[in-house]
Design a protein around this ligand. Sequence first.
Ligand code: TXA
Ligand code: MG
Length: 377
Amino acid sequence: MVRPRRLFSTRLPALQKVCDSTKSVDWDGWDFTHRDDLDARTGLSCAGWPMIASPTPDSIDRAARLLVSGRLVSFPTETVYGLGANARNPDAIGRIFAAKGRPAEHPLIVHLASATALPRWARTIPAGARALAEAFWPGPLTLILPRAADVPDAITGRQDSIGLRVPNHPVALALLGRFAELGGEGVAAPSANRFGGVSATTAQHVAADFGDEVAMILDGGPCRHGIESTIVGFTGEEPELLRPGALSVEQLARVLGRPPAAAGAEAPRAPGSLAAHYAPRTPAKLMPREELLAALGRLGGPTGHIAVLAHSVTQPPLFEGTWFDAPAHDAAYAHDLYANLRALDAREADEIWIEAPPDGPEWSAVRDRLRRATHRG
Ligand code: TXA
Ligand code: MG
């Protein structure tokens, strides 16, 4: 696969600095950073940058109208930020693919204000899918269902299925609700990052990736989960886990009666399942604890060219590179993961060394993302 790395790495260095400088700001729930704050705090003008808007009723209304008119709006969800467009408007969908640099055959998830809109998009809703929707929506679960006949091909990558989700974030739900009041039926939204790159969990991440290619970014602060939704496919004989995510397999099993099957070769394509994905620009390596300790022990001379993301290994006294201690708890680790990868990437080290996470099932989504973020091929 050809990955447009150059494009990513040469874009918007100034704004990247803005983002880095705000990273240390103490985000406290709904405490927002806005364009004006960024200007004041950094001394850099954000003129010409996208509007990062506080999610007031006015800006939510404006965002919904922008969507109706075919523009791109980024909004927070409980998982990651989405890059939204009117799912019934093929031109608007085209803008998502152009902005992300995403190949056209990769399908998008349509976000709904509530499950009552499901029959508009899916031609059948298997009992298991209905049970999961009732149990977990709004929430970090995407269902892949047989598509309705009138769904635009641009959304589904010409597959016979469609991805649907009701996100659990007050700003997302307010936006989807207002959009529905204006006659909209669903908002197609991939994660708001360049194709193959690290997902966005703050409004500033979105601004760094897209600049003014997006008409508006609704700022909901950092995302609660920090890792994408769990995707369950209902297009075969039995439910299939297409992407591990914020909702655990144990939670799914409690409702389905057993865990979903592992995705088989016949499973619908999911580009999040490409071997390389979620990747920083800096070459990154996943290293079991012992391997990381040994490599650190072998480091002689200056270590400034190495950036480390550890969670149990402690920084050796003489290590002078970049060292991040990630949280030791799985949910907190996932919450910080993409912000950590982006911040490590910004250090422009020669290599990022990532301590492999533990083996437990509660780490499966994190392991999946890190495997892909560090894949060479
Ligand atoms: O948490 C999330 O799911 C976030 C937020 C914004 O909702 N969205 C997200 O979208 O992660 P994206 O496009 O980055 O990843 C969606 C995944 C892709 O791997 C895509 O291929 C898969 O869902 N997908 C969407 N529709 C599909 C379909 N009809 N069949 C199989 N996979 C599908
Ligand atoms: Mg994505």
